[in-house]
Design a protein around this ligand. Structure first.
Ligand code: MG
Length: 477
């Protein structure tokens, strides 16, 4: 449930909107297409940021004033999910609006793409960028792609007019000598990782100087906004940070009470503030939706160099809440009333939601897994999303329906213990009463487990085998 459901009259009062503009929005349909030119869309996606890592989400020592302001003046989503708890499949879900099992961008063996991978996002997938480009948008991807680094898979082959960033994770291509894992956790040198930095299809720097990467991404985004201010634009901005190894530019050295992780996130927050400022200067803020989230939960085995899932259990790599529930903010000054949403949403929903706002088309020839969240965003109505399937690799480990979540299989975070355990009787948690998943209530609600089984069964009926993109790799010489 949302924190408060507004009547039409209250909504006018709260949002400061006149009746005329509200009628244009449409009470139920929130049809902004009639009231507004196509809005600009900016999706800012952190890497490995945990549910508890923002000031607005309760962290006591992180300094994230710009994101906190967005959460206070926009919509803070408390129950927003990614569709996988590691980079590649999570990004695939956002960009296609489909569970990654449908595109082959998830696997039980290799859980993400690596520098020797030869697979990537299939040509047959339709990306959000392709849908928006068809709808007249200028499109850019700035940041970490991780959906294939070979030519057929790069962003510019999948709907983006412009790409600037690293094609896979910033901890790949390690060349830093012994103790790779230890070097990830502490103050590393950027050149320990021979990661390429690309502009469109060209490598322009290798190794990428990661110390300045957040600043340079930000400059690129600012430039793209200024260059495209007279037409609708879509910027997909997946930061490389705060994935370890952690890097911040010298201006942010020691600015946070949370150590290096806090300094790095303070720079990401500065970046967000710079985007906001640019939109305001260019008079675009009132016509731009910004969505902020993260691709998966904290990498717990990085110890203090990893983030925090707050009160949620476990982190990256798992199907516990800490792996898949992300700190999420929707921000659009003058259009979204300040509120906290406790209903469910997902990165899967961004595709249809953005299409509804922009008039772009949602593909009709395939299974799509998202819901249009416009009515929640603009009118505070109940979310159409009532279920979520939790995949680890290619397998369904858990599922949620309403407040209840059933775990069929559980497994701990990377390097943090926890064997794979199949549960003959699924574990059942009430995420409203018990967001930390501590108290198994399966014996009290066998009927709920039946209902969730049904949800999983219905979902499985829609899944067709897809070629596994993550297992394709270069043959060893
Ligand atoms: Mg990640």
């Amino acid at each position: 449930m949302s924190d408060k459901k507004y009547t039409r009259r209250e909504f006018i009062k709260v949002s400061g909107m006149g009746a005329a503009s509200l009628s244009l929005l449409g009470v139920l349909g929130c049809d902004t297409r009639k009231s507004q030119a196509k809005p600009n869309i900016i999706v800012i996606f952190c890497d490995d940021l945990g549910y508890g890592d923002l000031g607005a989400f309760g962290h006591p020592t992180m300094s994230t004033p710009n994101l906190d302001r967005m959460a206070a003046q926009g919509q803070k989503w408390n129950s927003f999910y990614v569709a996988a708890s590691v980079c590649t499949p999570s990004r695939a879900a956002l960009i296609t609006g489909r569970y990654p099992i449908r595109s082959g961008l998830c696997s039980d063996e290799r859980r993400v793409l690596f520098p020797d991978s030869t697979g990537g996002i299939p040509e047959t997938e339709i990306t959000l960028a392709e849908a928006l480009k068809k709808g007249g948008y200028a499109t850019a991807c700035i940041g970490k792609w991780h959906l294939g680094h070979l030519p057929p898979y790069l962003p510019t082959e999948h709907g983006f007019d412009y790409y600037f960033g690293i094609p896979y994770s910033n901890d790949m291509d390690y060349v830093g000598g012994e103790n790779a894992f230890e070097k990830l956790r502490y103050r590393p040198k950027s050149h320990y990782w021979n990661v390429p930095l690309m502009r469109n299809e060209e490598v322009i720097e290798r190794p990428a100087d990661q110390n300045t990467i957040t600043q340079r991404y930000t400059q690129e985004a600012v430039q793209f906004i200024k260059q495209n201010k007279n037409q609708p634009f879509f910027i997909y901005f997946p930061h490389s940070m705060v994935h370890t190894p952690l890097f911040a530019s010298s201006e942010f050295d020691g600015v946070s009470r949370r150590g290096l992780f806090g300094d790095v996130m303070a720079e990401v927050d500065w970046s967000v503030g710079t985007i906001l400022q640019t939109l305001e200067q260019e008079n675009l803020a009132q016509n731009t939706l910004i969505v902020f989230s993260s691709d998966n939960g904290p990498w717990l085995s990085m110890l203090q160099a990893g983030g925090s899932a707050g009160l949620l259990r476990m982190g990256k790599g798992t199907t516990w809440e800490g792996g898949m529930r992300e700190p999420t903010i929707f921000y659009w000054p003058g259009r979204i009333k300040p509120s906290t949403i406790m209903d469910m949403g997902s990165t899967l929903d961004l595709f249809p939601t953005v299409c509804a706002l922009s008039g772009a088309e949602v593909p009709k020839d395939r299974e799509m897994d998202g819901y249009d969240l416009s009515a929640v965003i603009f009118n505070g109505l109940a979310s159409p999303r009532e279920t979520m399937i939790y995949y680890r690799g290619e397998q369904v480990y858990a599922a949620r329906k309403g407040p209840f979540k059933a775990h069929y299989i559980t497994q701990g975070s990377y390097g943090m213990g926890g064997e794979r355990t199949e549960h003959k009787i699924p574990l059942l948690f009430h995420l409203g009463h018990d967001p930390s998943e501590k108290y198994n209530i399966a014996d009290q609600h066998p009927e709920v487990i039946q209902e969730i089984n049904q949800v999983v069964e219905e979902h499985r009926k829609t899944v067709r085998p897809a070629e596994d993109q993550l297992e394709k790799r270069k043959k060893k010489a």
